[in-house]
Design a protein around this ligand. Structure first.
Ligand code: BTN
Length: 265
């Protein structure tokens, strides 16, 4: 796994429209900005248990080099957690965070919320939130979470109309962005604590129990290679996707190997 070293560029102070306003909640130190390029890049400089939230991002980052639409009204949040340089943790941390956020969404009354491996929170076929985990230092990991709340991502990118949803369309009265920040930071902390206390296996078991519907999926691995097709049959104890091929053979795919997963049914 690569340690990202593009901080000086992203941190051009001219790109930040407001100095971070500080607040504290449940052991988290939260920095709030009006507008930043990416909260993940900013958080990369901070110690563990600090978090950055911005009202908008001008260069929001998604998984596999994609951009992330981050207009006003959404929750754009990055949390720094302690994490030793261990490839194994790297593979399953996004799933553990997804498990924590999924439980929060269900508690909030979001019906039909599910995790799409490895990092998408979905409701039906539409994406509500995404998780991007990045490492900037050997001792910490930045957990970036983007949740569509009151914003319409399709106002910026029309192609997202069919594929994205927002909290305001799923529950009657979403909490404020400040309340959601606290709720999701609590979820990230408990996923981290659970992982360090009991390992990933119990979380993998719980996630596997949520995937009751067998989905046919297509995986893109290398840029010019043909998609790999099969049935998604859950994850293993390392967080790798288990794909059942038409031959009946089950193959494991680490998230680092897969640039795109498409559900076919
Ligand atoms: C994905 O689904 O591809 C992951 C999207 C992650 C977006 C969040 S928004 C807060 C944080 N800052 C970023 O630049 N990206 C993450």
């Amino acid at each position: 796994m690569k340690i990202i070293d593009d901080l000086p560029h992203d941190l051009d102070p001219k790109a930040l429209t407001c100095k971070g306003e500080l607040s504290y909640s449940e052991n988290w130190c939260i920095h709030l900005y009006e507008q930043v390029p990416s909260t993940n890049a900013l958080a990369g400089h901070l110690p563990a248990w600090h978090a950055v939230r911005a009202r908008t991002q001008t260069a929001g980052r998604g998984r596999a080099g994609h951009s992330w639409v981050s207009n006003l009204g959404g929750l754009w949040l990055s949390a720094v957690v302690p994490c030793p340089s261990d490839e194994a943790v790297w593979a399953y941390l996004p799933l553990a965070v997804g498990w924590g956020l999924l439980r929060s969404l269900r508690k909030m009354g979001v019906h039909g919320a599910r995790l799409r491996w490895p990092n998408d929170l979905m409701v039906g076929r539409k994406k509500l939130a995404g998780i991007l985990v990045e490492r900037f230092t050997p001792e910490t990991i930045v957990v970036g979470v983007g949740v569509n709340v009151l914003n319409y991502p399709s106002a910026i990118d029309g192609t997202l109309t069919a594929t994205s949803t927002r909290l305001a369309d799923l529950i009657e009265q979403p909490e404020s962005l400040t309340e959601l920040t606290i709720r999701f930071l609590r979820a990230i902390r408990s996923a981290h604590d659970e992982l360090w206390a009991h390992g990933f296996s119990p979380i993998a078991d719980e996630l596997n129990a949520t995937w009751t519907e067998r989905k046919s999926v297509q995986l893109l691995t290398e840029p010019d290679a043909s998609p790999i097709v099969g049935e998604f049959v859950g994850i293993d104890d390392c967080g790798a996707l288990r794909l059942k091929r038409s031959t009946g053979v089950i193959e494991a795919f680490d998230a680092a190997r897969v640039s795109l997963l498409t559900e076919c049914n």
